[in-house]
Design a protein around this ligand. Structure first.
Ligand SMILES: [Zn+2]
Length: 273
């Protein structure tokens, strides 16, 4: 017999259930609007473990991952991933195109965009812990040639830029950058500021917290491992850990950090099904 299991969160009610593919419920609990505090993590975890028990017996462990992917509460995802990991550990199978990490878990293969995932990890960390980079004086100032709009957008955020380690001066129609965070390569400084200016222009600069987020996005991106470049195995492992634990799902711009391909989908491609 095959099983489907899922955690369906949000809205007016929440269901945690495990049922056969024919629809018969094996274990099922319905809560009110989802609030982990009122449900209790212990009770929630116990339910997940009950589901995991069914899955373990049948080996259909991919189903719980899929069900859990629809839940937006990060703590629920974390708990689900922890139970899942016990049932069905993941394996880093390799990397292709110096960009996509391949991970196998149960009957699902994940392709993880290493840059997008790492950028998200940096962004979350910077947001939680604050971003206070070491700033260094550039040997020769980096000159940014920008459109008048981009230039004004940056000059309007001068204080924020300084807080983030950039010292910027007007130089005719250009901007001269005298100091920059030490993890940004001097040659990358003009591109980083141009990207930032563009982001500030598209979000608008009226909201200071939005402007701060744009700056964090840019710095998280610049501090992340790059697609197309070689990464150390330990770096890849850390990224996979964050994605498979459910901690990271979307890059700061909302693009997914991982896509999945199931055994069934592969079989269909090979016309084995
Ligand atoms: Zn990026």
């Amino acid at each position: 017999m095959r099983f489907a299991a899922g955690v369906d969160g949000g809205g007016t009610r929440t269901t945690v259930e495990c049922r056969t593919m024919e629809g018969a419920a094996l274990c099922r609990e319905v809560f009110g609007p989802f609030n982990l505090n009122s449900v209790g993590e212990e009770r929630f975890t116990a339910l997940l473990e009950e589901i995991a028990g069914f899955l373990e017996k049948t080996g259909e462990c991919a189903a719980l991952c899929i069900g859990a992917a629809g839940v937006s509460n990060p703590r629920v995802r974390e708990l689900t991933a922890r139970v899942m990991d016990g049932v069905c550990p993941w394996r880093l199978a390799g990397e292709v195109l110096n960009t996509y990490i391949i991970v196998e878990q149960g009957e699902t293969v994940y392709f993880i965009d290493k840059h997008a995932a790492h950028e998200r990890m940096n962004f979350d960390r910077m947001k939680a812990e604050g971003y206070t980079p070491m700033s260094q004086t550039l040997l020769t100032p980096a000159i940014c040639r920008l459109s008048p709009g981009q230039r004004d957008a940056l000059l309007g955020q001068r204080e924020l830029l300084e807080e983030f380690g950039f010292e910027v001066d007007e130089l005719g129609a250009d901007l001269a950058v005298r100091r920059a965070p030490d993890h940004v390569d001097a040659a990358d400084v003009p591109a980083a500021l141009e990207e930032l200016a563009q982001r500030l222009l598209s979000t608008g600069t009226a909201d200071p917290s939005a402007a701060r987020d744009e700056l964090l996005h840019t710095m998280a991106c610049k501090a992340a491992i790059k697609g197309g470049w070689h990464s150390a195995p330990q770096e890849l492992e850390r990224v996979v850990q964050a994605v498979m634990s459910g901690q990271v799902r979307y890059c700061p711009h909302g693009r997914p950090v991982a896509i999945e391909l199931t055994k069934k989908e592969l079989e269909k491609q090979f016309k084995r099904a």
